[in-house]
Design a protein around this ligand. Structure first.
Ligand SMILES: Nc1ncnc2c1ncn2[C@@H]1O[C@H](COP(=O)(O)OP(=O)(O)OP(=O)(O)O)[C@@H](O)[C@H]1O
Ligand SMILES: [Mg+2]
Length: 239
């Protein structure tokens, strides 16, 4: 039976895609038949008059997944706002059933699926039964656990603890934390200690801040994935 996990972040732009790409690459390299799924993406680029979901493209490129983007990301919007607002602006409402059906279809082909959330955990996705339907509603309905990506930078203690408490409050199980954009400074080291001390959640890996000018950005992420993560440990997080 296919196992899955949701990668969620303390904020948008925290590094969910970079970390997910690194994890999907590592699992596939180690022989685990793994795919990527992102239910809704906003801020897509237009290439040859076609909307291209940047996160999906990045993960496919780095990990070698060969699937149509629309099968991995059913809802793609140009406007760089929450999926719910983008769906209103672009008049293309999100049907949660379509998200679940597409995910089920992928399960027929893959043993492991790593899903990437949109934005932070309280990211509006849709409007169901007169209520805003957020990312956490979707994760609960899909009966999945999460790995939380957080940064090592200033402000992370507040963002991380708030996100952990919220997830615990809504009954979503956190299988581990991944710290991103790490630099060997007193601030980053203390942030990691504080997050460990305050959450008691296992740290699955610490991804360094990669030089933005690095020509070989993808190659560097691949190299780091093997140093930072243990594939067996990531697989153990999935159910
Ligand atoms: N460890 C890192 N080192 C250097 N740059 C990074 C690192 N992690 C992320 N970035 C950069 O930060 C930006 C945001 O990262 P990313 O796209 O992974 O965030 P995200 O959480 O997936 O955002 P979204 O909410 O839009 O999905 C990207 O330009 C990415 O290349
Ligand atoms: Mg992303």
């Amino acid at each position: 039976m296919t196992k899955g996990i949701y990668i969620v972040g303390t904020d948008t732009d925290i590094g969910k895609t970079l970390v997910t790409g690194s994890l999907v690459y590592l699992l596939r390299k180690n022989g685990y038949n793994t795919c990527y799924y992102k239910a809704a993406l906003s801020g897509a680029e237009i290439e040859d008059e076609v909307l291209i979901p940047g996160d999906t493209k990045f993960v496919c490129n780095i990990s070698g997944i060969n699937e149509k983007y629309e099968d991995l990301t059913p809802y793609i919007y140009k406007t760089a706002v929450s999926p719910f607002l983008a769906s209103k602006i672009e008049n293309k409402p999100i049907d949660v059933k379509v998200i679940k059906d597409k995910y089920e279809k992928l399960k027929g082909k893959y043993d492991y699926i790593i899903c990437e959330g949109s934005g932070g955990i309280i990211c509006p996705i849709s409007y169901v039964e007169n209520q805003i339907y957020n990312l956490d509603n979707l994760i609960k309905e899909m009966d999945m656990d999460v790995i939380l990506v957080t940064s090592a930078e200033l402000g992370t203690i507040n963002h991380t603890i708030l996100t952990v408490k919220y997830l615990e409050n809504v009954g979503i199980s956190i299988k581990g934390i991944i710290i991103n954009k790490y630099e060997n400074t007193e601030l980053c080291n203390d942030n990691i200690s504080m997050i460990k001390y305050m959450t008691h959640i296992h740290i699955l890996g610490v991804m360094p801040l990669i030089d933005g000018n690095c020509d070989e950005f993808h190659e560097e992420i691949k190299k780091l994935s093997e140093k930072v993560f243990n594939p067996k440990e990531i697989i153990k997080c999935m159910r």
